[in-house]
Design a protein around this ligand. Structure first.
Ligand code: PHE
Length: 342
């Protein structure tokens, strides 16, 4: 073995390596090639180095430098090829990394559900719990127990959807008042959200099926001041500090009765289409529970008094967002609904 032969062997390795390294298709093949070229046990370079002792002593230094230069060159090519191969393996190989990301759809609560959730939270902080009742309800719970006179127009076929026997689709959530009073002893503080049904035409401000949230407080010594303070607190929490007003009203199951208005959130009272130019939006009906209701649930109306309210979260959502037509809440149109994702 001469120095020239040794150098020729090194040059041959340096000449062969680039094409071989470029041709490697995956990490397994890369490992095999690295072992074949520069592997310590049996690689081509190791074989060349093994001939070094056969060279004249004075040539060994130069030969060693030549072999080392080839080693560095081949190893640099191997390292570059390895990082290319592992990047391709991570990205799944042939994926098009320039393709735009697919749109992610995020589910969200319906604006009416959001209103119900917020109302529930505000009253939960005040110690109210949730009570539920059936949507197919006995006429007694829906009407008679709530002090409706037998000739009340709400009982008319034109207004109420009758099922079999004495069952109706409940026209309001107030029957839950009676069911709760029958089941639990005062003090009572409940909130009853749920769907109700009326034979109303589907128009901009009416839907035949809609949600209500009922509230009921019954205990000894409850007065109209409790009603007013609690509902005013609720309005300020829900709408952010606002003005409220109570107007006298009538319901068979409350006496006295009042409707609560809040200052129109859209025009702040100056008048617009949402508040029909009045500056106020009606948000709930309320009143002191009629003694006849307390008695029909089997409680002593000389001992217990209470107040109740009923609110339509769909109307509340319309007022809050300045939406002109209730039907859009029922359309399931994603272009509308996605505005309320949060
Ligand atoms: N139930 C009444 C309605 O549906 C609302 C209401 C509830 C009024 C409780 C007073 C007290 O319009």
């Amino acid at each position: 073995m001469t120095l020239d032969e040794f150098k020729a062997a090194c040059a041959a390795l340096a000449a062969d390596a680039p094409a071989q390294i470029a041709a490697v298709a995956d990490l397994d093949a890369w490992t095999a090639l690295r072992n074949a070229l520069v592997g310590r046990a049996s690689g081509r370079l190791t074989d060349i180095m093994a001939t070094l002792p056969q060279l004249p002593k004075e040539d060994r230094r130069e030969a060693g430098q030549a072999a080392n230069a080839v080693k560095l060159e081949v190893e640099a090519l191997l390292t570059a090829r390895e990082s290319g191969l592992s990047a391709a393996a991570k990205s799944g190989g042939d994926l098009d990394l320039t393709m735009p990301e697919r749109r992610r759809w995020v589910g969200a609560a319906h604006p009416v559900s959001q209103v119900i959730d917020e109302i529930t939270e505000i009253f939960r902080e005040l110690g109210f719990t949730i009570a539920l009742g059936p949507e197919a309800e006995h006429t007694w719970y829906n009407f008679q127990a709530l002090n409706f006179p037998d000739d009340h127009p709400a009982m008319d076929l034109h207004d109420t959807l009758y099922l079999q026997g004495d069952l109706v689709l409940r026209t309001h959530t107030s029957p839950v008042q009676v069911r709760t009073l029958q089941q639990y002893a005062p003090p009572i503080r409940i909130l009853a959200p749920g769907n109700v049904h009326r034979r109303d035409p589907f128009d901009a401000s009416h839907a035949p099926t809609f949600a209500q949230v009922e509230g009921l407080v019954v205990d000894e010594g409850i007065t109209f001041a409790d009603l007013k303070a609690t509902l005013t607190h609720f309005a300020n929490r829900f709408f952010g500090s606002t003005r409220t007003r109570f107007r006298p009203s009538y319901f068979p199951f409350t006496e006295p009765s009042a409707e609560m208005d809040v200052l129109c959130g859209v025009c702040k009272g100056s008048g617009c289409s949402v508040c029909k130019n009045s500056g106020w939006v009606e948000i709930l009906g309320s009143g002191m529970v009629h003694p006849a209701v307390i008695e029909s649930a089997g409680l002593d109306s000389t001992k217990y008094t209470g107040w109740a309210f009923g609110l339509g979260p769909a109307r509340t959502a319309l007022a809050r967002h300045g939406i002109p037509d209730i039907r859009i809440l029922y359309d399931s149109d994603v272009r509308f609904l996605e505005q309320f994702a949060r």
